[in-house]
Design a protein around this ligand. Structure first.
Ligand code: CO
Length: 213
């Protein structure tokens, strides 16, 4: 059997499983969604958003890319963010990175990867911003782990610097932005950063929506 066919068979079993618990499951799903959470995670196959958080369909609004980056010119990410914040009115936005992230690892090298260099460049920028701290860490794995954490923290700040988030903070006192790191070695997630509505940031990034300054 082609290996991909097992996915279709698993889908049939999943449908039966859901219906056995709640015969109305799919009817309830079909018309609307009201997720409380937006998830920005890595594309890595080992970090499935719903599995690691024990969430069901309808609970997470998901965007994934290599190394869970929030790039302020990325129309894809920004469109997902705008819809999540302004239409779905999510209460939390979670950036979830993970240790042993290939994107972060490759960004730490001088290797030429072609097109993807342009994406990894953003992680190199994070490295440069924190190079003193990182280069003081002698152990290679520990330095790699720390860059994963710093990368998540920078993406949390990148979210806070968007007018989408700042407008929602001002008008509706949400969402809370969380930075998480998932540990492939244990399965556990830890929170490494958090920004609540009204959190302070460098003034140059803080939009003046009233035009008073
Ligand atoms: Co990754």
């Amino acid at each position: 059997m082609d290996t991909y066919r097992k996915l279709l068979l698993a889908n049939q079993a999943w449908v039966q499983d859901k219906l056995s618990v709640d015969a109305d499951f799919f009817n309830k799903q079909a018309n609307t969604q009201q997720p409380d959470f937006m998830w920005i995670g890595c594309s890595d196959s080992r970090v499935p958003a719903e599995d690691v958080t024990g969430t069901e369909p309808g609970e997470l609004f998901v965007h994934r890319n290599i190394a869970n980056l929030v790039i302020h010119t990325d129309l894809n990410m920004l469109s997902v963010l705008q819809y999540a914040v302004e239409v779905l009115k999510v209460k939390h936005v979670i950036v979830c990175g993970h240790y042993n992230c290939g994107g972060v690892k490759n960004a730490m090298t001088r290797h030429d990867f072609g097109l993807i260099n342009k994406w990894l460049r953003h992680i190199k920028d994070v490295y440069r911003m924190h190079h003193r701290e990182l280069e003081a860490i002698a152990d290679g794995q520990a330095r790699y782990d720390r860059l994963v954490e710093l990368n998540v923290t920078e993406q949390v700040q990148n979210l806070a610097q968007t007018s989408i988030v700042q407008r929602a903070w001002k008008n509706e006192q949400r969402p809370i932005i969380h930075g998480w790191v998932y540990d492939l070695r244990t399965g556990y997630v830890k929170e490494t950063a958090c920004m609540e509505p009204g959190a302070k940031m460098d003034e140059i990034y803080d939009f003046d929506f009233d035009g008073t300054t």
